[in-house]
Design a protein around this ligand. Structure first.
Ligand code: SAH
Length: 348
């Protein structure tokens, strides 16, 4: 088979792999052997020494194994955060960040090459969407970050480049792969999916009953500001978003987390805190305040400490559960598409 005709073996679930092997005249248990090799980071069929040589040759003829190349690795001198820029098979690049917390290591993965959501404060969307990542490529981000950094991964957040619900089918398959007991076996309760609010997908996500944490990037409690910051709000609206969150909570029993980047003079007034508190209570949501990361191409700056303090106090007085995200990897540009932008600029 020519390279272009080959199939991406890492994006196949074990039952799909079984079917494929059956078609090749092989017994079912081979699928588990191959799946195990792939999930340990094997980069060639040659390595799969418990398979016969003829089978390895047959597999090599029909499939390819993805393995991203480390285009750049930056290690924070402050907190040990490791940031990767991976070069994919077709030459595209995405970012992955590994952060160390007391309760274990968390990997933040990208779901698309670029993004088409157009949020005004975000670096990932500047060049638009290039393509979706495959399930196997998302698995590779977790797998090869763990192998390269030597940091065992216990938690995953889908908060890197891209909008997970805009690549929903591949994301669902990735979740099944990474959760599989014969694979990396990462529990759904250790996975968070972050969305800019593509509410038409919320009911479908709730119906999957996955036990993962849904994070909603809210960033403003009113339509005027939210639509200005986040084009995804236009035509949908905050009321509909809150309704969708409420339905999600009722169906799954899982609390949603609202992400809210505090932007100086844009969304950080006491009036906005009060409206946010009302919205959060209706949606049974927890609020996670994020100090805005400055992005070179964007004009926004982080809120003043005093505005942040007042904002937190109002939320707390209203009985809302609020946390402020700790800033990690500040010295390695560990946020949203900044490394990929820098790499692109160099070649522009
Ligand atoms: N597309 C998804 C996930 C990717 S972004 C989403 O929108 O949720 C992960 C989080 O980082 C989102 O909450 C996003 O709004 C936020 N973010 C993007 N740019 C940022 C910046 N410059 N400073 C702080 N947070 C930012």
């Amino acid at each position: 088979m020519t390279e272009a005709e080959k199939t991406d073996i890492k994006s196949l679930l074990p039952d799909e792999l079984e079917e494929t092997l059956k078609a090749l005249g092989e017994p079912k248990f081979r699928a588990k052997q191959i799946f195990t090799w792939l999930n340990r980071g094997a980069v060639s069929f040659e390595e799969m020494t418990n398979l016969s040589k003829p089978l390895r040759a047959k597999l090599d003829d029909a499939f390819y194994i993805t393995a991203p190349r480390v285009a750049r690795r930056q290690v924070s001198q402050i907190d040990g955060t490791v940031k990767y820029l991976w070069e994919l098979r077709d030459g595209n690049a995405v970012e992955t960040v590994v952060m160390s917390y007391r309760h274990g290591n968390t990997v933040c993965i990208s779901t698309q090459v670029g993004c088409r959501q157009g949020c005004a404060f975000c670096a990932s969307t500047i060049g638009g969407l290039v393509r979706n990542l495959t399930p196997g490529e998302m698995l590779d981000e977790v797998l090869f970050s763990q192998l390269d950094s030597g940091m065992p991964i216990s938690n995953i957040v889908l908060m890197g480049i891209g909008e997970p619900l805009d690549n929903f089918e591949n994301v669902q398959k990735f979740l099944k792969l990474v959760n599989h007991p014969d694979g990396m076996n990462i529990g759904m309760r250790h996975i968070s999916l972050s969305t800019c609010g593509l509410i038409e997908k919320f009911d479908e996500l709730a119906a999957l009953d996955l036990q993962l944490t849904l994070s909603v990037s809210l960033h403003a409690p009113d339509d005027e500001t939210r639509s200005r910051l986040m084009p995804a709000n236009r035509g949908r609206g905050v009321d509909a978003l809150i309704d969708a969150c409420e339905r999600y909570f009722e169906k799954t029993g899982r609390r949603i987390s609202f992400e809210y980047a505090m932007i100086d003079g844009v969304n950080d007034t006491p009036a906005e805190a009060k409206l946010l508190a009302k919205r959060a209570k209706k949606a049974h949501a927890h609020v996670n305040l994020i100090p805005l990361n400055h992005v070179e191409e964007r004009q926004f700056g982080p809120s003043k400490p005093e505005a942040l303090r007042t904002f937190i106090k109002i939320l707390e007085d209203e009985g809302v559960n609020v946390t402020v995200r700790r800033k990690l990897g500040g010295d390695v540009e560990a946020s949203c598409g900044q490394l990929r932008r820098k790499a692109a600029q160099k070649t522009e």
